[in-house]
Design a protein around this ligand. Structure first.
Ligand code: SF4
Length: 386
């Protein structure tokens, strides 16, 4: 049996020719990738029956989200809304409820909007050209390339985080992959590599290699099907790639919200955020952000409930706090107990709707974010009741 050391030594012997090989024989790279992909690819629900609709929904769900998280959401979504017409006819609340907990809710709202456009102007069929796809809400260059190549077999490139990392290593690209010059170069490279034959397998192979083998940390170069064509591996500089521009630290934000029990029944008050805000269209326990980190919590919450919902409520005891990480913000939310004598609530500012919902059915009756799920878990753990 050839041990790993021998494999490594033998691969080192072929390292020096790696870059020149891939530059003169781009098809060899694609061949090696697709041969490996057909053997090693994961069985995933959207790969079993890759209709344009299923490919589209899966690609939107997979943006910024791991495969293992997406699978149950995808299956539930397909059971409830199995085709374009069903999605176009569904209410936004239904779509957001199915998306609830997946995050990045703007994706769901834009997908819903695009479904209506596809039904109204494309006869319910998702377009097959990159240009037409780019004209739809929520479809950028990556998603257009994915739908065109995977669902229709069109020779179109795609570039996501996995593909950028793989290409930057194979070609030892010094440009920062998250800067405009680096992105431009990687897109051009991705385009030059897509073969005429089976662009779907080629593109999926690149993504799959990034997910399974060429991982961000500790890539499995010893078992990589393209290690003999990889310049970073040839130079022993795998850790050096991809090069990235460092991002700004997330901003710290503090917020307060209220657990308000209905005086007559075991229901709590939830309010819907306006569509054009972060987590727009989702329901939450009412409250808001503090204007300054040291602002008095209870007084701010009392003022917010008065201004936003017309409620005359004194914020009571602190129930606890929840920490939540958004892409560019770290939010600490403090939850207070509050009681009202009135069941009538009229949104005056910020919120566009408010409703009394049984405490144990909030997440199933209205679409809520992961942040609100954390708040509900906190209530559950502390056992607070009216
Ligand atoms: Fe990635 Fe290593 Fe394969 Fe190069 S050899 S593509 S760095 S896993």
């Amino acid at each position: 049996m050839v041990d790993l050391f021998e494999q490594h030594e033998s691969r080192k012997g072929s390292k020096r020719k790696a870059a020149s090989l891939v530059q003169t024989q781009p098809h060899a790279l694609s061949e090696a990738l697709t041969t490996w992909y057909r053997r090693a690819r994961r069985t995933l629900p959207w790969r079993e029956d890759p209709t344009p609709y299923r490919v589209w929904v899966s690609e939107i769900m997979l943006q910024q989200t791991q495969v293992v998280t997406v699978i149950p959401y995808f299956e539930r979504f397909m059971s409830a809304l199995p085709n374009m017409e069903a999605l176009a006819c569904a209410s936004e609340e239904t779509v957001l409820t199915l998306w609830s907990g997946l995050g990045y809710y703007r994706r769901a709202r834009l997908m819903h909007k695009a479904a209506k456009v596809i039904v109204d102007t494309h006869g319910g069929r998702i377009p097959d050209s990159v240009e037409a796809l780019l004209g739809l809400p929520g479809i950028g260059r990556y998603t257009a390339g994915a739908i065109a190549s995977i669902a229709y077999g069109v020779k179109a490139p795609l570039l996501d985080g996995n593909v950028a990392r793989v290409l930057s290593r194979i070609f030892a690209i010094e440009d920062e992959v998250n800067a405009p010059a680096g992105e431009k170069r990687l897109w051009a490279l991705a385009e030059s590599l897509v073969p005429e034959r089976d662009p779907s397998a080629h593109n999926q192979a690149l993504m799959e290699l990034g997910a399974l083998v060429c991982s961000p940390r500790s890539p499995s170069c010893m078992t990589c099907p393209v290690s003999d064509q990889c310049e970073a591996f040839a130079r022993d500089e795998v850790e050096h790639f991809p090069r990235k521009k460092t991002r700004a630290e997330p901003t710290r934000v503090s917020a307060v919200s209220a657990l308000i029990f209905c005086p007559a029944r075991e229901k709590i008050l939830v309010a819907r955020r306006p569509a054009d805000t972060l987590l727009g269209g989702l329901w939450e326990l009412p409250g808001g952000e503090l204007e300054a980190p040291r602002a008095p919590r209870k007084r701010t919450l009392t003022a917010l409930l008065k201004a936003r919902l017309g409620l005359d409520i004194e914020a009571g005891d602190l129930i606890g706090e929840v920490l939540h990480q958004f892409t560019h913000r770290t939010l600490t939310l403090e939850l207070f107990l509050a009681k009202t004598a009135s069941e009538t609530v009229v949104p005056l500012a910020f919120y566009d709707d408010a409703r009394w919902v049984p405490l144990d059915r909030v997440a199933s009756e209205v679409p809520v974010s992961t942040l609100t799920r954390k708040v509900l878990d906190l209530i559950d753990k502390t056992g607070v009741r009216p």
